[in-house]
Write a new protein. Structure first.
Length: 506
């Protein structure tokens, strides 16, 4: 008999992570102006520096006449998940009509948050995130600042704070160095001495003291003094790859989320404010740091729920569909330790101790940010389009559903932002629910996917978004989707399915 566990994916703001940068992923919000550190105008023309103040700024010069937001729950990427059809691969297109009423050319650095992950297209010559930015018909280069890179920055900044605190406390530094430089019985004695100093002299609680002992016991590699100022394309910049693995080491066995929480928790022991930065950035962009869903039965937004098989949670969290039970936001809620991780027994013991003593479970929704630059000629009106694909995420509260979240909030930070027109295309006979009232616009014939010539029937739902803050949630009935998508998956050739070995950029 399989063991099941149901959990509402929700986290109190008290335990928000500290961050040195912003991050994003599932859906996104309108174009958003990135505020450079200290408002430095000299940074124009280059990529925004990764800085603790990387939050969106207000835009008062340009006017967004309207946003046309289109979402299609399509059949690209249909494959098999545990013997049934996988989740929809949603295609999101946000088209902004932007007017520059001034007599000067305006160049803007935009940030675009995407909640939960970007689909990696298997059809490109080099696998890459399926995202495009276009001004009129011209493609604009954009940088994907991944969630993993952001986690790496959080770990690095937290580690800098911890090491600075050690350097400023001679007794604590000597005890930590003793742990780092001894072996055998002396090593055990040094660990005990450090634990005793933390709990007695410094009045730390037992759990935080235990975490600090493991911090001193592990080798995280050489620490860079500063993260790179600029990040290039996701696959072409060595600095970005280094950030994704910064200060991770053997902690990769417990997953990057918990490893990041470990560093942030210790940093907050020296500076209580260090525990709130990540959520503050997430909130500034308008995303809900907790995992949310729109309830299929009631239409109300609530914490996401997911039922998983505990027996499968011992497997590495790399699943082609990004859904139960390999979704990082799921395995981060349990004491996950990769049994196949190539680490020593002492490192495994440290990982086990960290899992035991972490005070909370890190369940933030992952986020990525697209960064791109656009020039708007004087007295001009142009169309800027951001499009991307991502797998919908599973919610198992009955009736179960596949969900998409889109950050609308950036629209509220423009001085002048017109109507947001929503259109959602869902395969016919698949129930749909949104967190805003929608009207049924009828059935249309549309392409089943972007790479196949055949067409199918889609029900079109429409809405005008009055609320320009927070997130928009869209959902389709999971059972009905599997029935529809399963027919297509069953008709694909083996070669088609092999090509559709999807990956998700997080």
């Amino acid at each position: 008999m399989s063991r099941k566990v149901k959990t509402a994916v929700v986290l109190s703001s008290v335990f928000a992570l500290w961050a040195g940068c912003a991050s994003p992923v599932l859906a996104n919000g309108g174009p958003f102006v990135i505020k450079y550190p200290s408002g430095d105008p000299a940074a124009k023309g280059g990529l925004a520096r990764l800085h603790p103040d990387l939050k969106p700024g207000r835009e008062t010069r340009l006017k967004v006449i309207k946003e046309d937001l289109k979402v299609t729950f399509g059949k690209d990427g249909v494959g098999r998940e545990g013997g049934v059809s996988g989740p929809p691969l949603a295609r999101v297109s946000a088209e902004y009509t932007i007017h520059n009423p001034t007599a000067e050319q305006i160049e803007v650095d935009f940030g675009f948050p995407i909640i939960r992950g970007i689909y990696i297209s298997p059809f490109a010559m080099m696998p890459s995130p399926d995202v495009q930015v276009r001004l009129e018909k011209t493609r604009i280069n954009c940088t994907v600042i991944s969630n993993s890179a952001i986690y790496g920055i959080i770990r690095q900044r937290a580690r800098e704070m911890i090491e600075k605190a050690l350097a400023e406390d001679r007794d604590l530094w000597q005890l930590a160095e003793s742990v780092r430089s001894t072996e055998g019985k002396a090593f055990a004695a040094a660990r005990k001495a450090l634990q005793s100093h933390l709990t007695n002299a410094m009045k730390w609680n037992e759990r935080d003291a235990a975490l600090m002992v493991e911090y001193a016991s592990l080798d995280f590699g050489q620490m860079k003094s500063h993260p790179p100022d600029r990040i290039g394309w996701w696959g072409g910049d060595k600095g970005l790859a280094e950030l994704m693995n910064a200060s991770l080491g053997s902690l990769s066995a417990i997953g990057e989320q918990k490893a990041t929480q470990f560093f942030a928790q210790l940093a907050s022991c020296f500076d209580p404010q260090a525990g709130a930065g990540y959520e503050a950035i997430f909130t500034a962009w308008g995303g809900d740091v907790r995992e949310q869903s729109v309830d299929m039965a009631t239409g109300k937004v609530r914490p996401r729920e997911i039922t998983v098989d505990r027996d499968m949670l011992t497997k590495p969290a790399h699943h082609p569909f990004g859904s139960s039970p390999m979704d990082p936001t799921i395995y981060a809620r349990v004491d996950y330790l990769d049994s196949d991780a190539k680490i020593s027994e002492s490192e495994r013991a440290s990982c086990t101790a960290i899992l035991k003593n972490l005070p909370v479970i890190f369940t933030f929704a992952p986020m990525n940010i697209l960064h791109y630059q656009v020039q708007f000629p004087a007295n001009s009106t142009q169309t800027l389009t951001v499009s991307y694909s991502q797998f919908a995420y599973l919610d198992t509260r009955s009736p179960s559903s596949y969900q998409l979240a889109y950050v609308v909030h950036p629209a509220s930070l423009w001085e002048d932002f017109g109507p947001i027109n929503l259109e959602v295309a869902v395969p016919e006979r698949v129930a749909f629910r949104a967190s805003v009232p929608c009207t049924n616009g009828g059935v249309e014939e549309r392409p089943l996917s972007s790479y196949r010539s055949e067409k199918g029937q889609f029900t079109i739902y429409q809405a005008g978004l009055e609320q320009k803050t927070g997130e928009l949630y869209l959902a389709v009935d999971a059972t009905a989707w599997r029935q529809v998508a399963g027919k297509l998956a069953g008709s694909n050739s083996d070669n088609d399915l092999q090509q559709l070995a999807q990956r998700v950029w997080r």
